[in-house]
Design a protein around this ligand. Sequence first.
Ligand SMILES: C[S@@+](CC[C@H](N)C(=O)[O-])C[C@H]1O[C@@H](n2cnc3c(N)ncnc32)[C@H](O)[C@@H]1O
Length: 223
Amino acid sequence: MMDRISQRLSRQRIAHFYDGWLQRSYVHGKLASDPVYAATAEAIDGTALPLLDIGCGIGLLGLYLHTRGTLPRYLGLDHDERKIDAGMIAVRRAGLERVMELRTADAAAMPPVQGHVALLDMLHYLPQEAQQSLLEASVQHLAPAGVLVIRSVLLDSSWRFHATRAEEVWLRLSRRIRGGAQHYPKAAELRRPLEAAGLSVTIEPLFGSTPFNSYLIVARRRN
Ligand SMILES: C[S@@+](CC[C@H](N)C(=O)[O-])C[C@H]1O[C@@H](n2cnc3c(N)ncnc32)[C@H](O)[C@@H]1O
């Protein structure tokens, strides 16, 4: 466990790999307020396997895990070229080209890597069928000791869900996310195919300091 001072220094260090004041402030704020990266590190629990990060954005998860010393290899895919370019600048500044690779690609183009798989805050940007296909493909890319870590908004009747949907309208209108939200899954839609594939699944709230309806879903092979 890192103490508060080391956590702060590590946030500053990661932020400085990115370009420009705006992006650095975003990275620093995101790492300080969003527990998803620490939760992913905890879920994979030091198991040193390659990590496939689908919908990786600017590759923050990779830089975070590398700082925690739990990353032999990271491959991130995102269909937004601007984010991949921004992420690759950070990867080069950090001198991590041998460990981290970011590719502009659709989620459906998963490379033949076996290890851990992360799908953080990205499933709802796919239509329902594509979500199910991506879950199936993710299971196939898990190494025997690999962990599938998902964070997703879940459809329910909570005020948090409505707050999330309102934010997604803004994200689509501001063109921050190409295409915008397509389908909000219910918990059972994610749990069912993973359990059918023989994985044990836990689903827990992971709101952090946000008003959003975010859940952490961790799936691994039963022993
Ligand atoms: C909210 S961001 C999350 C970024 C990153 N996973 C994180 O948590 O730091 C969602 C990302 O999913 C990407 N995305 C959405 N649909 C995608 C698709 N079909 N293929 C690849 N990337 C996709 C978006 O471009 C965006 O960068």
